[in-house]
Write a protein that binds this ligand. Structure first.
Ligand code: CDP
Length: 226
């Protein structure tokens, strides 16, 4: 079967990664969570007191950041400069800062460059905000995943609670509102549905129905059954 690129975009906590991971597993493709990369940069900036309003300091810091992914049985791990930061990057202190860091054009330039390298040989599913519009505008399959914000907040709140992260539903909802706002209004690579993307609103869809839809979209595009 010919290898393709699958770009999945959508707002925070819309369930993009669930669809992306399931598609990657079915197709035996690599899966890249581009949001984890922006979260890792944010963690680095926080831990090294990098002022985001100081372009020279940001430019000097970027080459010192190496991000890679490690595939483990329990899921993908994000490795920042050799350290497993998978848990840290999901904490609220990172969520509260990540959209500001992601709006910096030098940060986006570097992340997009690395993401394009990862997809050079195709056979990849990547999720994020600008994958179908900026990173892989030529992707064979583009899916835009949305859901009602209250439903997204409920899902993220449950997810964080399960991980033992102390947070209130209202704080999660407020964070999603703020990130949606910054992510969709920034000048570089804003969150936007690509013109040729299929939209899946999963506010009222179960996981199975959602995956069926995604698989149908891929099959239609590649003209083969998965
Ligand atoms: O998991 P969640 O949906 O909360 O977000 P994420 O995918 O982990 O992304 C975290 C943040 O990174 C987003 O709110 C964006 O500010 C930024 N991001 C981005 O700017 N571009 C991407 N391709 C992916 C994420």
């Amino acid at each position: 079967m010919k290898k393709i690129v699958i770009a999945i975009d959508g707002p925070s906590a819309s369930g993009k990664s669930t669809i992306a991971k399931a598609l990657a597993k079915t197709l035996h493709y690599a899966y890249v969570d581009s949001g984890a990369m922006y979260r890792a940069v944010t963690l680095y900036f926080l831990e090294n007191n990098i002022p985001i309003d100081h372009p020279e300091t940001v430019a000097t810091a970027l080459p010192k950041i190496t991000i890679r992914f490690q595939r483990k049985e329990q899921g993908n791990r994000t490795i920042l400069n050799g350290q497993d930061v998978e848990s840290e990057i999901r904490q609220m202190r990172v969520s509260e800062y990540v959209s500001q860091v992601s709006a910096i054009s030098a940060v986006r330039r570097e992340m997009v460059r690395q993401q394009q390298l990862m997809g050079k040989h195709k056979g990849i599913v990547m999720d994020g905000r600008d994958i179908g519009t900026v990173v892989f505008p030529e992707a064979e399959v583009k899916i835009f995943v949305t859901a009602d914000i209250k439903e997204r907040a409920r899902r993220r709140y449950t997810e964080l609670n399960k991980k033992g992260i102390q947070v209130t539903y209202d704080a999660v909802l407020e964070n999603l509102h703020e990130r949606d706002r910054i992510d969709s209004t920034r000048a570089v690579g804003p969150l936007r549905k690509a013109d040729d993307a299929f939209e899946i609103d999963n506010s009222h869809l179960g996981l199975e129905e959602q995956l069926e839809l995604a698989i149908k979209i891929v099959e239609t595009k590649i003209g083969e059954k998965m």
